[in-house]
Design a protein around this ligand. Structure first.
Ligand SMILES: NC(=O)c1ccc[n+]([C@@H]2O[C@H](COP(=O)([O-])OP(=O)(O)OC[C@H]3O[C@@H](n4cnc5c(N)ncnc54)[C@H](OP(=O)(O)O)[C@@H]3O)[C@@H](O)[C@H]2O)c1
Length: 226
């Protein structure tokens, strides 16, 4: 069975990742900002341990990586993300933009760098980054969402470099769009439920070969233009 580390596992897609991997019998290292308040996560049956992790806190990332030093990790799911409300109109809140960069761009890369040795000790060797179709510069015909688009596009650029760099160690790195999903972020009128999205994302993560590393694809495996 695989060992999977997930960020932002207390709600939304992260919680569903934890549920589905645990249901498969995998070992889940579920991380979130406030373990004491993560009741839904605590209710999951199976081999699930919960660890405090704010992905903007570089010291906390290093400390967790150190405390889990003995644990080989097969799959890293960099899921935690934020979308500041009010972006559709094009107005810019620069403080919020800086925070979004920390959560959506720098945080996932810092987590990936800290846990790369654990991945090298595992056999699965997969890093999944939950990006967004809104990161696609080629696909941007509507404008708006400046903060979110730029932070996820920045993530994609860094993910591509990581894919190239990690290839020598056989680590497969993917940027994935989960679809428009009914979570707190996606809203109640989104197109699909978290279970459908995560089933598809898990399928893409499991099926990816070395030739797929560095791709930007949807939960259904469709290529997205950068
Ligand atoms: N839903 C969609 O339609 C959609 C579409 C495209 C991409 N995505 C991406 O999919 C991922 C999951 O989104 P979601 O829909 O599940 O969103 P969500 O329901 O809003 O959940 C976001 C998760 O990220 C966590 N998080 C936020 N800031 C964090 C930080 N500094 N450190 C650690 N965790 C933090 C949240 O934890 P707290 O509870 O502590 O805030 C929560 O667990 C995100 O990367 C998002 O950008 C979602």
């Amino acid at each position: 069975m695989a060992c999977v580390l997930i960020t932002g596992a207390n709600r939304g897609l992260g919680l569903e990742f934890a549920r589905q991997y645990a249901a498969e019998g995998d070992r889940v290292l579920a991380t979130c900002r406030d373990p004491a308040g993560a009741a839904d996560l605590a209710a999951i049956a199976g081999d699930v341990t919960v660890h405090a992790l704010d992905v903007t806190d570089l010291r906390q990332i290093s400390a967790l990586a150190e405390s889990l030093e003995g644990a080989p990790i097969d799959i890293l799911v960099n899921n935690a993300g934020v979308l500041t409300s009010g972006q559709r109109t094009g107005g810019i809140d620069y403080v919020a933009w800086e925070h979004e960069f920390k959560v959506n761009t720098m945080g996932p890369i810092a987590v990936a760098q800290a846990f790369r040795p654990h991945l090298e000790r595992g056999t699965g060797r997969r890093m999944a980054f939950i990006s967004s179709v809104l990161a696609s510069i080629g696909g941007n015909t509507d404008g708006g969402y400046t903060l979110y688009r730029s932070t996820k596009a920045g993530l994609n650029a860094a993910v591509k470099s990581l894919a190239v760099e990690a290839a020598a160690k056989g680590i497969i790195v993917l940027a994935l769009h989960p679809g428009w999903v009914r979570t707190d972020m996606g809203g109640a009128s989104a197109a699909i439920d978290p279970a459908t999205s995560v089933r598809g994302l898990r399928r893409q993560i499991a099926a990816a070969g070395r030739q797929d590393s560095g791709r930007f694809i949807t939960y259904e495996g469709v290529e997205i233009p950068w």
